[in-house]
Design a protein around this ligand. Structure first.
Ligand SMILES: C[S@@+](CC[C@H](N)C(=O)[O-])C[C@H]1O[C@@H](n2cnc3c(N)ncnc32)[C@H](O)[C@@H]1O
Length: 208
């Protein structure tokens, strides 16, 4: 017997999505800087969604500001899988994880723009964290199909976008994409600062 994800028909494009763009390389340094701890303390922003022992995936991990914090939160029994399109980001995160003694609970990889390359983790993730990244994906429906396959039926996806950079209307269009991909919106948590967020359950599975 096999579980198969119930896929909805996803239109190629939902009206009003942000135009995909890549964040400039120098911004990565800001995103990983200590200043961000004041503006966006990861334990406060992500703490309510993460428990020790979890398997968490961060697509678009950059230099790993979020992934490194997640790996502390999941503890030695947990696992964080971090992927980024940009090989220099993955390399940098690998180096930082090694220095902090967190590498053994992390799997850090470079991926292709249309393929996260995480087939070996299908059905294993408790949480997929997509933070300040969904608007960068060229193929949001394609990404969502992969995220759905990664999640356990009880898993969750947390999408966080920066207000201003992404307008509320564009965020609504992103959530419409999620709904069309079969995700169910459970909550729109107020994470403070200039953030818009949604917690989503994966598409239902059916037994064959
Ligand atoms: C604005 S940065 C956010 C980094 C990180 N999530 C954080 O909050 O610090 C977005 C990241 O997504 C990556 N990215 C863009 N498109 C991607 C794709 N199709 N697959 C994987 N990563 C992607 C970029 O290389 C960049 O590192």
């Amino acid at each position: 017997m096999e579980n198969q994800i119930v896929q909805n028909t996803i239109p190629a494009m939902v009206e009003g999505l942000p135009k995909p763009h890549r964040c400039p390389w120098l911004v990565q340094y800001f995103l990983a800087s200590p200043l961000r701890r004041i503006l966006e303390p990861p334990e406060k922003v992500l703490g309510p969604f993460v428990k020790t022992g979890m398997t968490v995936v961060e697509p678009g991990c950059g230099f790993g500001y979020v992934s490194l914090s997640l790996s502390k939160m999941v503890g030695p029994e947990g696992r964080v899988i971090s992927v980024d399109l940009e090989p220099r980001a993955a390399a940098r995160l690998q180096q930082r994880a090694g220095k902090k003694g967190l590498a053994d609970r992390m799997d850090i990889r470079t991926c292709e723009s249309h393929d996260l390359g995480l087939g070996c983790y299908e059905g294993q993730a408790d949480l997929v964290v997509v933070i300040h990244t969904l608007h960068e994906f060229e193929d949001i429906p394609g990404f969502l199909a992969q995220a759905a396959r990664l999640l356990k039926p009880s898993g969750r996806m947390l999408v966080v976008e920066p207000r201003g950079h992404v307008t509320p209307e564009q965020f609504t269009a992103e959530l419409e994409c999620c709904r069309l991909a079969g995700f169910k919106e459970l909550d729109t948590p107020e994470l403070g600062g200039k953030r818009m967020a949604a917690l989503l359950a994966p598409p239902e599975t059916r037994e064959q």
